[in-house]
Design a protein around this ligand. Structure first.
Ligand code: B12
Ligand code: SF4
Length: 526
């Protein structure tokens, strides 16, 4: 029987990593990756599994050297660190396996660095490999040909993670997305037919999260509403569970914008206590949306994209968005267009990226044909802030300057709080209404819950006031938070707003670091 260590390499600082915010939230990082605890659950009984997330603890290489098998996962932004870790393990003669999003789309990048490669989903291949390894006849490459039947996926082993180090938990309801955006590798890896877990599985996982002491979970689905009929069924069960369990969990998730066209679905999500939804808006430039085949964002039925964002907000969910610059149809005017859209949409948290061509996507293949891929290392050297695309209508320098300028503009203190207040001071925007209704009927729980939220809000506030060196920023956070507390009163609003102040500090530091970087090189691939 094997002693197995599974490692998630540390991320560079990124928008989502919240590295500059998490100390104020009393944790080490935002959330755990979903794959490690799942792989642990897929491991047949008898093996011993240790999970190491480098984002919360250093890797003990001497310990790894004693293991029979060390597995490493990672996304594109972790590839540099994956190589370093695998290199170190190789030097120590460790038997290594590698899998996950990056190796699935670019296995040659890690060629020679691991003993066994896993491509794509691994619900079937991981247990099969362990069986073959035990018998001394394993292969060096496993690629799951059939997509995983989600109704067979086991409950992740959260007990093997240091959950107290994370701000929130992760949980997956479904995989796959019916759309076909040109830049997206999700549909390449997971397919366009959404596959969904049963309600029984989902509820068991929610119980696991509550048992791990977490009150907030990110539903990591590629697109939660890929199969609307099926997800409505699951949401109804989640709502019943929330009512039984006293609304113990709050959620955020990812969904396509056609969510706004389905009032029943929005209402079920709100009832299930989903408070924020990340929507791939990408761009208000319609020619670019057409180019990238994001046709769902162009559908006019039900109003413009702006109307749709507002409708989701009015239903009771904050909208986070993905913003991409550098499409072929983007010229230098796109940056101000993006900035105006984000402001008018009251999107507080916009994840801005330059267009990146992920290997195996239709975009990558097209740009390869057109000779418009820049050196991979150029993107790599910039961590999550780079691009391997040579834009069509603007130079790489203009793109980079426009991108950094957009980030600076969106996360300038005044602009950020203007968007935040436009949303959070609007009395029509109400978070977690169903839970509030529930708690009103249970006064003791109401008291305990709201007291906890207020204690958390005060603790974050005190840490911000003690930890932020910039006096102007401290004053702004104090002023804004007090105004919000005076106008909105609801403890959930106050706690969330305090978190938003910490998130602003993260974005503020990240932009400062971004502006201090040299612009990336402008070579073309040979
Ligand atoms: C939820 C999610 C997020 C969340 C949570 C991220 C996190 N820290 O976990 C958030 C929103 C924070 C996020 C952020 C980012 N994300 Co993201 N994210 C996803 C998403 C939608 C689901 C990931 C997930 O949890 N899947 C569920 C698990 C169970 O699936 P899995 O990881 O693929 O694991 C399976 C197999 O791959 C395999 N496996 C995985 N690892 C290993 C290891 C071994 C040893 C073995 C045997 C098998 C194996 O087994 C598992 C079971 O089948 C994916 C899309 C997708 N479907 O993969 C994108 C995705 C992983 N993200 C991506 C990117 C680029 C990012 C960002 C860099 C975006 C940015 N520019 O800032 C940031 C990273 C910053 C950060 N610090 O986290 C890309 C990665 C591209 C690539 N191919 O490498 C993806 C594929 C989406 C995309 N195309 O944009 N992301
Ligand atoms: S909607 Fe999102 S997940 Fe679906 S194909 Fe487009 S980018 Fe990929």
């Amino acid at each position: 029987m094997a002693d197995i260590v599974l490692i998630n390499p540390r991320f560079d600082i990124s928008y989502w990593g919240l590295e500059h915010a998490v100390p104020f939230l009393g944790v080490k990082t935002a959330m755990p990756v979903a794959n490690l605890p799942l792989l642990a659950a897929l491991t047949p009984p008898g093996h011993n599994v240790t999970l190491v997330d480098e984002n919360v603890e250093p890797i003990d290489f001497a310990r790894c050297a004693r293991a029979d098998i060390v597995g490493v996962t990672g996304m594109n932004v972790q590839r540099q660190r994956m190589k370093e870790i695998l290199g170190e393990l190789k030097r120590r003669g460790v038997f290594t396996v590698v899998g996950g999003p990056w190796v699935t789309v670019r296995e040659e990048d890690l060629a020679g660095l691991a003993d066994v490669f896993f491509i794509g989903e691994a619900e079937q291949t991981w247990p099969r490999f362990l069986g073959e390894w035990s018998e001394g006849r394993h292969q060096t490459r496993y690629e799951q040909t059939e997509r995983t039947d989600m109704t067979t996926v086991p409950r992740p082993r959260l007990d093997l993670l240091r959950m107290k180090d994370y701000a929130f938990a992760s949980v997956q309801f479904s995989r796959g997305c019916p759309f076909e955006c040109e830049f997206c590798d999700i549909i390449v890896t997971f397919g366009r037919r959404p596959r969904i877990k049963s309600s029984t599985q989902v509820l068991a996982e929610l119980e696991g999260i509550v048992a791990a002491g977490k009150g907030f979970a990110f539903i990591v689905d590629d697109n939660l509403i890929g199969n609307k009929k099926a997800i409505k069924e699951v949401l109804r069960e989640v709502i019943a569970w929330q009512r039984r369990r006293g609304y113990r969990l709050m959620f955020a998730t990812e969904a396509s914008i056609d969510l706004a066209d389905d009032p029943e679905l929005m209402s079920l999500m709100v009832e299930a206590n989903i408070s924020s939804v990340f929507v791939g808006i990408e761009t208000p430039n319609e020619a670019a949306l057409r180019e990238t085949k994001k046709l769902q964002n162009l559908r006019r039925r039900g109003g413009s994209m702006l109307d749709k964002v507002h409708r989701i907000q009015e239903a009771g969910m904050e909208v986070w968005s993905g913003v991409i610059v550098g499409f072929d149809n983007d010229d230098a005017s796109v940056f101000s267009l993006q900035s105006r859209f984000v402001r008018e949409a009251r999107i507080v948290s916009a994840m801005v990226n330059m267009l990146v061509a992920i290997p195996r996507t239709p975009l990558y293949k097209r740009l390869e044909r057109e000779g418009r891929l820049a050196f991979e290392e150029d993107a790599e050297n910039c961590g999550g802030f780079g691009t391997n695309v040579v834009p069509l209508r603007i130079s790489r320098e203009t793109l980079y300057e426009g991108y950094t300028g957009l980030m600076r503009e969106l996360y300038a203190t005044e602009a950020y709080f203007e968007r935040l207040d436009a949303l959070y001071l609007d009395p029509r925007f109400r978070l977690t209404q169903p839970r509030t209704r529930y708690l009103r009927r249970h006064p003791l729980r109401w008291l305990a819950f709201n007291a906890r939220l207020l204690v958390e809000a005060v603790a974050i506030f005190v840490m911000l006031m003690r930890g932020i060196p910039d006096r102007e920023l401290r004053r702004e956070y104090r002023r804004r938070l007090l105004r919000l507390a005076w106008r909105r009163r609801a403890p959930q609003m106050i706690q969330t707003y305090a978190v938003k102040c910490a998130m602003h500090y993260h974005a503020h530091c990240m932009v400062r670091e971004l502006l201090a970087r040299p612009a990336f090189p402008t070579r073309l691939a040979a």
